[in-house]
Design a protein around this ligand. Structure first.
Ligand code: SDX
Length: 429
């Protein structure tokens, strides 16, 4: 069967055949490679309609509000799986059996410690440094400890690096928090499950053994799971682009952490809580809705809108239910910020501006409220996002490196000066 093609006509040139490639699900793609032979580039700032790669990891249908990880719906994973099992799925491609799951959990558990030198790195940061600034630094520096396993062409090296990163991110995140609040570091404990271990390192102290609430541990595991991967978002695309140069995976993940920090991306969860606090009372909501709609006002309703979802973000739906459960189980179901959030959501979803622009709550809208309920400070929200997303970043990096790839090198539309000569400074106006 002949391959389907699109035909592009450029004035003064013969028609150009552009192959059309079909995926398993979702939009077909037009391969615009042949354009290069015709002295033209495609132009798509923000990559709104550009597929940067082929991938088998995650599928999103923005109109239907569907999110699949290796074919499994996020709602089902949230209900029937857990974070480490989802990590195995994203890396391997299939869910583990009981033995594979136990072995994977043991591998991760036995890689949770970090070199003591990391404490010296952190001691160089001002006590009030933003934890994301610290994470960018220490994660990038991790490569300095693993010179024996940085051959990216070696599948074993790629997998041990994936395991190390998944295992160590909670330890590093908790260390950044402890440095931020001036408390001693807590070491990971091998008898604790992943999310429980993280909360113990965050909130435990050497002075007393304070068991972690199973409610909070379950909510934390769900938060990690819901943030695990999301196709070619800004930070994952950053990791892929950094990886395409052959950079070591720790520095690629550090690049992803940096990209995630922006308030339009993973920094939105912190911005949502700050916005709710700024609103302060339900009677001020209308003012903020007006500001969000005002073209001359840079204010946006944080936690709303998405490049891909033009329907509810399925993660937000799961998060909203978890939010109700956690707050009810903690007996704080009358949280004032949650009341403002729910009222804001209700008004926004009835307002023509948001309805017409299909601006629904996204993953960041409710995650911040759950994290606040767990006791996590807003400055740590994006660090939690980065910790959960690390598996997605490294799964995409591994998928790219284990297949044929080229260095990413976009072109541009140049609208600057034509060539000109230098005027001697004494003659310049
Ligand atoms: C994440 O890509 C991913 O998958 C990301 C993520 C992941 O898991 O990796 O899902 C995580 O980053 C979620 C998004 C978190 N960000 C926020 O909540 C910040 C607030 N949202 C926006 O900044 C915005 O909606 C984006 C950045 C999320 C999407 O931006 P787009 O796709 O570039 O859309 P746009 O900025 O072109 O907006 C389209 C229109 C504009 O109006 P017009 O110029 O057409 O008149 O919608 C308006 C925007 O002004 N708009 C908003 C709005 N979001 C978009 N107006 C008010 N409030 C908002 N939140």
């Amino acid at each position: 069967m002949t391959e389907p093609k699109a035909i592009l006509t450029i004035p003064g040139q013969p028609p150009i055949d552009l192959p059309i490639r079909k995926g398993t699900l979702g939009q077909d793609v037009i391969d615009i490679g042949p354009l290069g032979q015709h002295e033209h580039f495609s132009f798509d700032p923000g990559f709104t309609v550009t597929a940067s790669c082929e991938s088998k990891i995650t599928y999103i249908d923005g109109d239907q509000g569907i999110l699949l990880h290796r074919g499994y719906p996020i709602e089902e994973l949230a209900e029937k799986s857990d974070y480490l099992e989802t990590c195995y799925l994203l890396l391997d491609g299939n869910l583990p059996n009981a033995q594979q799951k136990a072995e994977f959990e043991n591998i991760i558990t036995t890689h949770t410690m970090v070199n003591r030198s990391v404490e010296q790195f952190l001691s160089g940061f001002r006590y009030d440094s933003h934890p994301m600034a610290m994470m960018c630094g220490v994660v990038g520096a991790l490569s300095s400890f693993y010179h024996d396993s940085l051959d990216i062409a070696d599948p074993q090296h790629r997998m041990i690096t994936a395991h190390r990163l998944i295992a160590k991110m909670p330890t590093l995140a908790a260390m950044c928090y402890k440095h931020y609040i001036g408390q001693p570091y807590m070491y990971p404990r091998n008898e604790l499950k992943y999310a429980e271990n993280f909360l113990n390192m965050m909130f435990g102290t050497p002075c007393a053994n304070r068991p972690v609430s199973p409610v909070l541990a379950r909510a934390m595991d769900l938060l990690f799971l819901l943030h695990a991967d999301h196709e070619q978002n800004a930070s994952t695309s950053t990791v892929r682009l950094a990886g395409s140069s052959g950079a070591n995976p720790f520095s690629c993940i550090a690049a992803g952490i940096a990209a995630l920090w922006g308030p339009s991306h993973g920094g939105a969860n912190q911005a949502v809580l700050e916005m709710l606090a700024e609103i302060g009372d339900e009677k001020h909501i209308d003012t903020f809705i007006r500001r969000a709609k005002d073209k001359n006002d840079p204010f946006r309703l944080m936690g709303f809108g998405h490049r891909v979802y033009k329907n509810f973000d399925p993660r937000a739906k799961v998060m909203k239910q978890a939010c109700d459960n956690v707050l009810a189980e903690l007996g704080i179901d009358n949280d004032p910020l949650l009341r403002i959030a729910k009222r804001l959501e209700q008004i926004a979803l009835e307002d023509d501006y948001f309805v017409d622009k299909k601006l629904y709550p996204n993953v960041d809208f409710y995650s911040g409220i759950i994290m606040k309920a767990i006791g996590i400070p807003t400055e740590m929200f994006t660090v939690i996002f980065a910790t959960g997303r690390t598996v997605g970043w490294i799964a995409h990096w591994n998928e790219m490196i284990s297949n044929s790839y080229r260095i990413g090198r976009p072109r541009q539309l140049y609208t600057g000066e034509r060539q000109r000569s230098i005027t001697p400074i004494e003659q310049r106006g």
